[in-house]
Design a protein around this ligand. Structure first.
Ligand SMILES: Cc1cc2nc3c(=O)[nH]c(=O)nc-3n(C[C@H](O)[C@H](O)[C@H](O)COP(=O)(O)OP(=O)(O)OC[C@H]3O[C@@H](n4cnc5c(N)ncnc54)[C@H](O)[C@@H]3O)c2cc1C
Length: 360
């Protein structure tokens, strides 16, 4: 029998939506391409915002997730003046965010879906024929081809590095002329997300461990300590992919299926979870889950947040590239001004945490 709501893709967006709708008493079935028990993909760090924590709390998931809190973030640019230090107190919160590994997150969510008794078909490609009579078909398959795409001239090098002294609760974002370099604290180590040219990314992945650690130390400096070990290196291509329309006839796109962002500001899944939360609110009490008016309301509520977060991320991805000294000085002054102005820091922090809903 066809489900009332068919969700294609059992990644973080699809599973969270399934749990929220199941809790609201809606009949949901998930369709996942991977076979049961197959790894969810490559390990990579995910910085969850405080707003994402609230969504996971409301879905009854937060206590099952082991994460490392980020209490402050240091933003700087290599070789130039200018530094900003954003503290959780600026935003009036216990933490600015929480770092978790994607594979661990996906596994916990899937286990909760199964424990809740939500039906899930593994090894199933999304295909209109699969759920012909569903009242609503949700696309949560992640990045899809049918969207506008921009390939950034960079790949992200991912790695898990040991450091002395061990990592605490500070995250670092360092903008180099080559691309942004993020260090996210994860259980006493740092997860590295290093945006750099495609050829250099390949070299960094292939380099010996001492060569990699040396290159990282030179690019990042000594502010966090001495890098002593590395594992789990990989390079992933960086793209911006945005669907023109996030809803259609009894159809809706959420998470990466709606928009895939550069990871520079750690916004992709956080934005996707806000999609999922709004969709669950729009659908939970609707007599007909796929009603055109319900989907219109959802699309209208998501427009500003999705637009602003996508534009801001794209801007940040390009802003700190290049060696122009005048532009470098201007960026440095902007960071110094932000550092000196508490209300500006508070506004910026809340904007990154809650999305456009934090705009006054
Ligand atoms: C290097 C890197 C760092 C990142 N860091 C952050 C960060 O710090 N913070 C943050 O918020 N975001 C971050 N992101 C983005 C984040 O990973 C994504 O936004 C998030 O994974 C999207 O979740 P999703 O469930 O929408 O899609 P996905 O995670 O892609 O899950 C999609 C699921 O659908 C399944 N599937 C695929 N095709 C089909 C099909 N045809 N039929 C059925 N099932 C299908 C897949 O197997 C998968 O299980 C980062 C991304 C990268 C690449």
């Amino acid at each position: 029998m066809s489900p009332e709501i068919a969700i294609h893709g059992a990644g973080p967006s699809g599973c969270t939506l399934a749990l929220l709708l199941h809790d609201a008493g809606r009949a949901v079935r998930l369709y996942e391409r991977r076979p049961r028990g197959a790894a969810a993909g490559a390990p990579r760090p995910i910085a969850l915002s405080f707003a994402s924590r609230l969504i996971f709390e409301r879905a009854g998931l937060w206590r099952s997730l082991a994460s490392t809190p980020i209490e402050n973030i240091q933003v700087s640019q290599a070789g130039r003046l200018g530094r900003t230090h954003i503290d959780a107190r600026d935003a009036g919160l216990p933490a600015l965010g929480y770092v978790i590994d994607y594979v661990a997150l996906a596994a916990v969510l899937l286990a909760r879906v199964e424990a809740a008794g939500i039906e899930i078909e593994y090894g199933s490609e999304s295909d209109a024929a699969l759920a012909p009579a569903a009242r609503l078909v949700v696309h949560a398959e992640g990045s899809t081809g049918a969207a506008r795409e921009k390939r950034y001239p960079q790949d992200a090098v991912l790695a898990l590095v040991g450091i002395e002294p061990s990592a605490g609760h500070t995250a670092y974002e360092r903008f180099t002329t080559d691309g942004p370099l993020a260090l996210l604290p994860l259980a006493n180590r740092f997860a590295v997300v290093w945006g750099t040219g495609v050829g250099r990314a390949r070299q960094l992945v292939a380099a010996s461990a001492p060569e990699f650690l040396d290159a990282l130390q030179r690019a990042f400096g000594a502010r966090a300590g001495r890098f002593v070990a590395v594992e789990g290196r990989a390079a992933v291509p960086l793209v911006l992919r945005v669907r023109e329309a996030r809803t259609g006839d009894r159809t809706v796109y959420v998470g990466n299926a709606a928009q895939t962002l550069h990871p520079v500001a750690g916004q992709g899944l956080n934005l996707g979870l806000r999609d999922v939360w709004e969709l669950a609110q729009a659908v939970r009490v609707a007599p007909d889950a796929g009603d055109a008016q319900v989907l219109r309301t959802y699309a209208a509520r998501r427009r500003l947040d999705a637009f602003v977060t996508t534009r801001l991320t794209d801007l940040l991805a390009g802003l700190f590239l290049g060696a122009n000294p005048v532009a470098g000085a201007a960026r440095g002054l902007a960071m110094i001004a932000l550092d000196a102005c508490v209300p500006a820091r508070r506004f910026f922090a809340r904007r990154m945490i809650y999305g456009a809903s934090a705009l006054p």
